[in-house]
Design a binder for this molecule. Structure first.
Ligand code: PHE
Length: 459
């Protein structure tokens, strides 16, 4: 059945449903693919500490802010701003999120496609008997191939569209509740194997012994951007999900639980990967390939590795799916509620357009490499366009987060904010004052300082 304006908003059926869906959005490739490789690129423990600082001081209050904006307005990300502050440019924040959603989903589908290919390689038992170098070459063979990554990307994007067309409740809630805890179990088992590898301690030192001289301005920007990326913040995902949360739920508690679950999975993924990186002589700064060339070595070195490899990549693909769905939902909610498009039309048009952009990015990973002349004689190398889009998202999300934070801190009526945070006044919230300080001053200042620092290199 079409979900259009005449029907009540689809919602989540239970408390666990909300947490499952929001955690399902947060936990994804960001935790298991992106977090380890940027940690490797920017030097390890010091980067992680700064990342955790961003999560606690900026991420958590922004998540609560997004939830309360959505629940108050009962609208999609763009219309929420129009409802809460009519006749003002604040709705542009929602548009920024719309752009970020397109940017992110385009590369997200490509990486999720690699994951599907690795499910296939695991089932076909292709890792066994290969040296670390050969496993590296196997990944290189995938991304260097023009069509194979696009084939899997198209399948993944089709699955994403399929879940969206199933509606919010049936589509998202059902899968997440069972599969995310299972993913956690598989990662824990990988952790045990990884830390008992000969030479594992170098990886643990890399993860837990901070060397602050390695933390660069670029690394700080990346940590900030990734805090938003990993928690699905700054582009209206959690605004959209907040609009589906029932009035009786406690938003602060939900935000805290999602944040803890997301951060725990990222750290546990790091513990599975870095000991292996050092044990098998993989380059920590290998970039987006890191997980794909490291973990097959671990599977080769553990009893039941065949089964664990299949389970791991399959569950990672599912985790990616519950995230990609939440990105596409931002776009579809807007098209259906604002432009009056049918859910089918909105879903398919968005999916096709974004898949096309992503396919182009995928080709720039090895197949095509032309130079694009820019205004005033600048040149943009198409090779690396994929990485460039990832960096773009690291800039767009904190900007979105800045405006969301300011909106809750200064623009929304204090009474409305209080009402949402305290669940219609049902309980008093001792930390309300702290929340206001974080949204008004701390989060905005830290975001702006990180940007200035990146441009001028102060720290
Ligand atoms: N949080 C998701 C992940 O870590 C990605 C995501 C970003 C989802 C932004 C929604 C919005 O994989």
């Amino acid at each position: 059945m079409e979900n259009n304006n005449l029907q009540p908003r689809d919602g989540f059926s239970s408390k666990l449903g909300i947490i499952a869906a929001a955690a399902g959005s947060a936990i994804g490739l960001g935790n298991i693919w992106k977090f380890p490789y940027i940690t490797g690129r920017y030097g390890g423990a010091a980067f992680i500490l700064f990342y955790l600082f961003c999560i606690a001081i900026i991420g958590l209050p922004v998540m609560l802010s997004e939830f309360l904006i959505g629940r108050r307005a009962q609208k999609n990300a763009i219309d929420s701003f129009k409802t809460l502050k009519p006749n003002s440019p604040w709705y542009l924040t929602g548009w920024l999120g719309f752009v970020a959603a397109v940017v992110i989903l385009s590369f997200y589908g490509v990486v999720a496609g690699w994951t599907l290919h690795y499910v296939f390689l695991s089932i076909a038992n292709k890792f066994v008997g290969n040296t670390p170098d050969q496993l590296g070459a196997m990944f290189g063979g995938l991304v260097g191939n023009p069509w194979l990554p696009i084939f899997w990307q198209v399948i993944f994007m089709g699955l994403t569209a399929g879940v969206i067309l199933g509606g919010v409740k049936d589509g998202i809630e059902r899968y997440t509740k069972i599969l995310m805890p299972l993913l956690l179990v598989v990662i824990l088992i990988l952790d045990v194997r990884a830390v008992t590898l000969p030479g594992a301690s170098a990886g643990l030192n890399f993860l837990f012994k901070p060397d602050f001289s390695k933390l660069t301005a670029e690394g700080m920007m990346s940590a900030l951007g990734h805090a938003f990326f990993s928690l699905s913040l700054g582009m209206g995902t959690m605004i959209t999900y907040g609009s589906y949360i029932g009035k009786k739920e406690n938003l602060g508690e939900t935000a805290l639980q999602v944040t803890i679950a997301d951060t725990a999975i990222a750290l546990l993924a790091g513990i599975a990967i870095f000991p292996a990186v050092f044990a098998f002589g993989v380059e920590p700064g290998a970039g987006p390939s890191l997980v794909f060339i490291t973990l097959p070595n671990v599977f080769n070195q553990m009893p039941g590795g065949y089964i664990f490899a299949i389970m791991f990549f399959l569950l990672l693909a599912v985790a990616a799916l519950t995230s990609s769905v939440s990105i596409l939902e931002v776009i579809v909610a807007y098209f259906t509620e604002n432009l009056g498009w049918s859910r089918h039309k909105a879903t398919w048009l968005a999916t096709i357009a974004i898949t096309a952009v992503g396919a182009f990015e995928s080709l720039t990973n090895g197949t095509i490499n032309f130079k694009l002349p820019l205004y005033k004689g600048g040149i943009m190398h198409m090779f690396g366009f994929f990485d460039w889009m990832i960096e773009m998202s690291d800039l767009l999300l904190p900007i979105g987060g800045l405006f969301i934070s300011l909106f809750v801190g200064y623009v929304m009526l204090d009474k409305d904010v209080k009402d949402e945070v305290s669940d219609s006044g049902a309980l008093s919230v001792p930390w309300y004052g702290l929340f206001k300080i974080l949204t008004r001053y701390v989060a905005p200042v830290l975001i702006v300082v990180t940007f200035i620092n990146m441009v001028f290199g102060i720290f």
